[in-house]
Design a protein around this ligand. Structure first.
Ligand code: HEM
Length: 403
């Protein structure tokens, strides 16, 4: 029992409503408490300091994903062998299937098309004057873009946002709220099984490339749907909430909006800083393959360990004044996309989508302000918003008001 001598523990429930509302003061306390803190509620260790999270994320031999990246065994059992929940050669072969499609060269070719789609969305919103930037903007672009890339038909795409939300929620504790969400996950899984076939997928799409890999013997047939699903799920709430958090900053900080409007090249910096400050994926789990010592605490082999990207990205040991949005921070080393072999496969695409929205807005909109209170969306893993009411004016509308 001596190995528990230095164990640092907490009774906080990281998945309670209060904590999902505002986790940051408690995350700071956890960072100060120790490098690895045992969470008595739900029985796991949490890593909250930047260096520890980064190191663990890169060390897949000790912090394995191959036993699942969710909290509970039932969900982990269903994940095992997928791209998120595998390691080593098995994981490499899954990542290889769409490697060409997500390469910077291929993603760059999508730029014109994504810019055009973002411009069309913003053009349709401007005449309204006020709109919900979550459901009418931040959710729209990723659904269009990712569903088009995977090559699934238009019909049924309304299942994507609630299905992805439920999929991410299943990474947390088994709660009554999760039970309520599960039918959306089932509807999404049924739909992808129905449309993820050669005759329904657009030729040349990412989905078709997954089926090509099966035909060429590079991917076992039973892994095709899970791989398509992984990309569809991973490309939804993550990007939606990264964009929504950035738009919230624009609405609440006129100085930031003005600066980005005058210099749209700052779009990238604005997105990275929003991701650092409000990491859409707050944390994923790993399992230790051996006893490992972190900051004087021995985390025993076989422990569930949460790599808390959201806490690491506000670690005062790494970032100066970490709770402040700083457009000029240059925070490209944040961990919102993870790090190491499981680092986000779609980060180039997410950046392109966010940039397209910023460009569409800065080219058209003069003032960008809150038109009501933002409403939080509660998900144990994803940090995001349900609603973000926005009022905009353009030069034309401002002149119209004056005349
Ligand atoms: C702002 C948007 C996004 C954020 C914040 C985000 C975040 C993440 C994070 C934290 C991980 C796990 C990294 C780790 O464990 O080290 C991940 C993995 C992944 N992401 Fe993203 N993601 C975003 C957008 C996307 C998009 C647009 C796609 C594709 C359409 C995508 C596809 C994936 C895939 C396939 C993985 C699994 C990688 C693996 O396990 O090897 N993501 N993402």
């Amino acid at each position: 029992m001596t190995r528990f001598r230095h164990q640092v523990a907490s009774d906080v429930d990281l998945f309670s409503r209060a904590l999902l509302e505002d986790p940051y003061p408690v995350l700071r306390e956890l960072r100060d408490l120790g490098g690895a803190v045992y969470m008595r509620q739900h029985d796991f260790y949490v890593l909250t300091r930047y260096e520890d999270v980064r190191r663990a994320d890169r060390d897949w031999q000790i912090f394995t994903s191959a036993r699942g990246v969710a909290l509970v065994p039932e969900i982990n059992a269903s994940q095992i062998g997928g791209v998120l929940a595998s390691d080593g050669p098995e994981h490499d072969s899954l990542r290889a299937v769409l490697r060409e499609q997500v390469s910077p060269r291929a993603i760059n070719k999508l730029r014109g098309d994504i810019d055009r789609q973002a411009a069309e969305l913003v053009d349709a919103l401007i005449p309204l004057g006020t709109f919900d930037a979550v459901t009418q903007l931040a959710q729209r672009l990723p659904v269009q873009v990712v569903a088009d890339l995977i090559g699934v038909p238009d019909e049924g795409r309304e299942k994507l946002i609630p299905g992805a939300d439920a999929a991410f929620a299943s990474f947390g504790p088994l709660t009554p709220e999760l039970q309520e969400r599960l039918p959306y996950l089932v509807a999404f899984l049924d739909w992808i099984a129905e449309v993820g076939t050669r005759d329904r997928l657009r030729p040349g799409s990412w989905g078709a490339a997954v089926l090509d890999a099966v035909d060429e013997g590079r991917l076992p047939a039973e892994k095709a749907f899970p791989l398509m699903r992984a990309f569809l799920v991973a490309g939804m709430d993550t990007t939606v909430n990264g964009i929504a958090s950035m738009l919230r900053v624009f609405a609440e900080r006129p100085d930031v909006w003005e600066e980005v409007r005058n210099d749209p090249k700052l779009a990238g910096a604005a997105f990275e800083e929003a991701l650092r400050l409000e990491s859409p994926v707050q944390g994923f789990f790993r399992e230790t393959t051996c006893d490992v010592e972190i900051d004087g605490t021995t985390v025993p082999a076989g422990s569930r360990v949460c790599l808390h990207f959201g806490a690491a990205n506000r670690d005062e040991r790494h970032f100066v004044d970490p709770d402040r949005f700083d457009l000029h921070r240059g925070s490209l080393d944040h961990l919102a996309f993870g790090n190491g072999v499981h680092g986000c496969a779609g980060q180039g695409l997410a950046r392109l989508e966010a940039r397209a929205i910023v460009l569409a807005l800065t080219e058209r909109v003069t003032t960008f302000e809150l038109a009501g209170s933002p409403v939080r969306h509660y998900n144990p893993v994803i940090r995001g918003l349900q609603e973000l009411p926005i009022a905009v004016t353009t030069r034309a509308t401002a002149e119209g008001v004056r005349s």
